[in-house]
Design a protein around this ligand. Structure first.
Ligand code: CO8
Length: 234
């Protein structure tokens, strides 16, 4: 099966599962189908089949984590899953590579860049100083009472603002501070809108802000300082 056929099948499966699981708030994100502005995209060559295939695997892993979170499995299922995971661990362990060669989190042509640490940010529009997009926190990111875990939100803001801070040919910077204000509960399993933008850029210091909304309601907002690294600075 080619990677493209793989995507189609995965999308069909996701559509069915999405309908079944809407009430569980499992939140299966859309993938690969929203164009992004050039400033936000593509360090990996578009059409790299290996990255697309890897991205589909990561999408399955995200869904899997949502299912694990939502399920109350019987003990046979738990034992079978434990054994399967152990087998996969043994298969992957000898394939470890140095950080610069790893795929996880390095596929910048994919929404979510091929990682599961934070939910998939789907950038829909971007310019030099702004990015707009959507995100849906799946069940895996549940803190309690239908609300997203308070630690997952700054992680997501760092993901969006960290990338915007280094976009459009700017030299690499690191997060110096990231302050988050939780304005109202951030719901799990709901499409949220995101806007990140530059407030100022002076010398090495870049101040950026972001806002996460559910409809008209501001769920959380953040301000981050990103400091441009000096040559040779790790
Ligand atoms: C696509 C992927 C997206 C994901 C992106 C994720 C980005 C990240 O999370 S990076 C990882 C988390 N961050 C880190 O590990 C950073 C650790 N800290 C450091 O490396 C350093 O402290 C660093 C680089 C931030 C600044 O150190 P250094 O280069 O020595 O700069 P330094 O001279 O101290 O500060 C520069 C300026 O920033 C200011 N500054 C530095 N830190 C702070 C702070 N926390 N609060 C306020 N101001 C600060 C300084 O006061 C100084 O201002 P001025 O020039 O006006 O005097």
């Amino acid at each position: 099966m080619t990677p493209r056929e793989n995507v189609r099948n995965a999308d069909e499966i996701s559509t069915v599962i999405r309908d079944d699981n809407a009430m569980l708030g499992l939140g299966i994100p859309e993938r690969h189908d929203v164009p992004v502005a050039e400033s936000w995209a593509a360090l990996v060559k578009p059409g790299d089949e290996n990255s697309t295939e890897y991205g589909d695997m990561i999408a399955q892993l995200r869904d899997f984590l949502n299912y694990v979170t939502a399920a109350r499995p019987d003990s046979d299922t738990v034992a079978a899953l434990r054994d399967d995971l152990e087998r996969w661990g043994r298969r992957l362990a000898p394939m470890a590579v140095p950080e610069r060669d790893q795929m996880f989190g390095h596929l910048r042509d994919l929404h979510g860049r091929g990682q599961t640490m934070s939910p998939t940010f789907v950038a829909t529009e971007a310019d030099r100083d702004n990015v707009w997009g959507t995100v849906r926190f799946g069940r895996y990111f549940l803190g309690g009472n239908g609300a997203v875990h308070g630690g997952a939100i700054p992680l997501f803001f760092d993901e969006v603002l960290g990338r915007l801070a280094n976009s459009s040919g700017r030299r690499h910077s690191r997060t110096a501070y990231l302050n988050t204000d939780y304005r109202s509960v951030t719901p799990v399993g709901v499409d949220l809108t995101v806007h990140g933008w530059f407030v100022s850029e002076e010398g090495r210091k870049r101040v950026l802000r972001a806002e996460l909304r559910s409809g008209d309601v501001v769920c959380a907002e953040a301000e981050g300082l990103f400091v441009r690294l000096n040559p040779g600075q790790p």
